[in-house]
Design a protein around this ligand. Sequence first.
Ligand SMILES: *[C@@H]1O[C@H](CO)[C@@H](O)[C@H](O)[C@H]1NC(C)=O
Ligand SMILES: *[C@@H]1O[C@H](CO)[C@@H](O)[C@H](O)[C@H]1NC(C)=O
Ligand SMILES: *[C@@H]1O[C@H](CO)[C@@H](O)[C@H](O)[C@H]1NC(C)=O
Ligand SMILES: *[C@@H]1O[C@H](CO)[C@@H](O)[C@H](O)[C@H]1NC(C)=O
Ligand SMILES: *[C@@H]1O[C@H](CO)[C@@H](O)[C@H](O)[C@H]1NC(C)=O
Length: 487
Amino acid sequence: MASTVTVALLAAAVGVTAVNYQPIPKDLSTPHQQRLAIKGPNSMSVGWNTYTKLDKPCVQYGTAANSLTSQACSTDSTTYPTSRTYSNAVTLTGLNPATTYYYKIVSTNSTVGHFLSPRTSGDKTAFNMDIVIDLGVYGADGFTTKKRDTIPTVQPELNHSTIGRLATTINDYEFIIHPGDFAYADDWYLSGNLDGKNAYEAILENFYDQLAPVAGRKAYMASPGNHEADCNEIFPGLCPQGQKNFTDFMTRFGDSNPTAFSSTSKNATAVANAKKAQALAKPPFWYSFEYGMAHVVMIDTETDFTSAPDGPGTSLNSGSFGAAGQQIAFLKADLASVDRTVTPWLIVAGHRPWYSTGSGNICSTCQTAFEDLFYQYGVDVGVFGHVHNSQRFNPVYKNNADPNGMQNPKAPMYIVAGGPGNIEGLSSVGSNYSTNVFAYADDFSFAKIKFQDANHLGVDFIRSSTGEVLDSSVLYKKHDAAFVVQS
Ligand SMILES: *[C@@H]1O[C@H](CO)[C@@H](O)[C@H](O)[C@H]1NC(C)=O
Ligand SMILES: *[C@@H]1O[C@H](CO)[C@@H](O)[C@H](O)[C@H]1NC(C)=O
Ligand SMILES: *[C@@H]1O[C@H](CO)[C@@H](O)[C@H](O)[C@H]1NC(C)=O
Ligand SMILES: *[C@@H]1O[C@H](CO)[C@@H](O)[C@H](O)[C@H]1NC(C)=O
Ligand SMILES: *[C@@H]1O[C@H](CO)[C@@H](O)[C@H](O)[C@H]1NC(C)=O
């Protein structure tokens, strides 16, 4: 692989092939790459890109498509060197919970979309959350040409891919989490596009446009993976300014994700811990939010803990994004704040796993940094990716199976949901490891968490091309203590 890369980089220096940039729209205010995020208990953020800077990005919204009675604006329209677009973000506040809102990004060329506002913390209505990690662009710069089929772009037939499945089943889930590895723009050299600087940007533009029918319709909660770090992983030292240190990721998602919600617990310690977590959060790298019966924490497995894989001085030389110890202090305060009488389910999602079949892809420094906190505060499910397949592990702590299995365990259950597709292809399942009970790499797949009630949580793995449920399990938790602290 390295020699292919060398050839590609040499060719890049000479500047040969034209990259797959899409045409710039005549109307430069045309919204592209739409994405929604849960921003607070009663607020959603709308993010989008434009091929020009907007002086004042605005969004109109209301509870009927023909009556967009509110308008929110910002001055948030930013770019970075090498990007052709500006990232805009606006926060819509004062929303009634679990209500359909219609919204229109203000432009001379935009249409009305809609979304469901966040459920109040403590609402015990059942809902589903979909999970994709390691997704990747489709088409000429993605897996479809080389690895799967010949469909050049995902639109208008959104039915041949994981994005397609997410689009056609849009009413089956209320939001999506995506902890890391989005476009695979840093794999530009694998597609044969040799003008790396532009190929990187073209892939980002194409990917986030492909995602817009899903991310512009459902909250899409992002955290970083290794593929967001740099313009390539092999010779990161050659990356131009703008394509290093998580710049696109930060520019795109930095103003749209929450910090942590204020606690609605009656316990003063919990309220103080939530406040502390808010101050220590660093969106889009690490943050948390609440939605109905779930408290969801997004962590950064790339930087900002001891021996983090992409931290300063590593080959990807990225971060730090917080002060020394900030992410871990955030996680501790955030987990300690979770009142199970309000949000019985506690989910933590990050990119790199410490339980995975096969060998070589386990992040042992992540395990050292995070696993004890997961156990101590009774995290119910740990969600990871990075390995390109689907896996499920029975509850486990320090590689020891929880004796209760799926019936009220003390240890978290873990899943890997890294198989939805990307140009690198699927990773073979490798050999059985630890408490693994399901491993699948025959086709692209993704995961769904079904919050059924305060005591039952379902996890399904779904085959993208057919919708078939590949594996289904239910975790039972008593959740009889308001605050879990165990050693
Ligand atoms: C308006 O937006 C549509 C959809 O994004 C696009 O195809 C079209 O080119 C845009 N029109 C102009 C005048 O830019
Ligand atoms: C997509 O759906 C259309 C209409 O249902 C169908 O004709 C087409 O074969 C499908 N394409 C793929 C790749 O499944
Ligand atoms: C309040 O919350 C803390 C953890 O944040 C917990 O240790 C303590 O027991 C709780 N107090 C009550 C009365 O539940
Ligand atoms: C990466 O960006 C962060 C935040 O802007 C900055 O604090 C850090 O020093 C940067 N790291 C490197 C290696 O440039
Ligand atoms: C891994 O081994 C365990 C224990 O023998 C078994 O229960 C489980 O089904 C195996 N998992 C897979 C994917 O083969």
